[in-house]
Design a protein around this ligand. Sequence first.
Ligand code: AVJ
Length: 325
Amino acid sequence: MNVRTVVRAPQPIEEPSSFAADVLAGLAAKPKHISPKYFYDLAGSALFERITELPEYYPTRCELGLLQDNAPAIASLFPARCALIEFGAGSSRKARILLGAAATVETYVPVDISGDFLQQDVAQLRRDFPHLAVYPLVADFTKTFEPPAPIAALPRVGFFPGSTIGNFEPHEAAKFLRNAGAILGANAVLVLGVDLVKDPAILCPAYNDAEGVTAKFNLNLLARINRELGADFDLGTFEHHACYNREHSRIEMHLASTRRQKVRVNGKAVTFRAGETIHTENSYKYTLEAFEALAHGAGWSPLKVWSDGLFGVLALARADETKGN
Ligand code: AVJ
């Protein structure tokens, strides 16, 4: 098989029409909401890259530092001749840190719902890691999928960086972890990045940066709906709101209508009260204890944790594999 070919999962992947259907359903709901997975069109992905470089946005810097400082220790937990499966691989920047320290990884499988992003750096990866086989896989990792046939016999290590797990409701995060266990199988290790509960004086500016990049990122969702669904959102009449909800340990992002208005989306009228919001994202923050308890309930035992107090990188093992240890 040509490793430059994107392998399509045999399971049904997300239907192209679901963006329109999801947006219309979310705007008809009370309160209005749209899934954060729709932030990441080309413009949104570029804005997110800029967010990761903002002085206020600490998670990416913290995680890269933890991965760099501890790559040999993390890699030492990987089984020999394993496959590294990355869930939601946008760029392979973080995986490269692990791959550089883990000669034991034979195959790298970046999994993403968007084939465009996957194709991008496969060629460069192969040049940088000539002994590594790369099998990009287009699949929705919130559902189950079959790993590519060439890795059928290899023990697997999962990698889910970026605190992307924070976008899930806690029960969905548990479901993801159980699903990852089924995909990764026996002897699996899972390396996860998790953003931690902290002083709102640090949390809030990370989602309300002085330059307004996060506001642009949030508002791009309306621009995308205008572009792709022929809607007529006036971006000048919506404001970016981000606040920490202590009760639920999460940052919430909303788009607030500054006035009463009517918008047309895909031929349908959507009305807004003055101040009414569209809830666009939850970014859950965990204590290490709370996250370990969640993982435990989903069949994973903590092997080791690396943290700088702001962010955590956790290595988990399938609970059945550590029994009796
Ligand atoms: C990619 C989900 C981890 O929640 O911090 C950044 C997305 N939203 N700024 C996060 C995001 C606003 C990010 N995650």
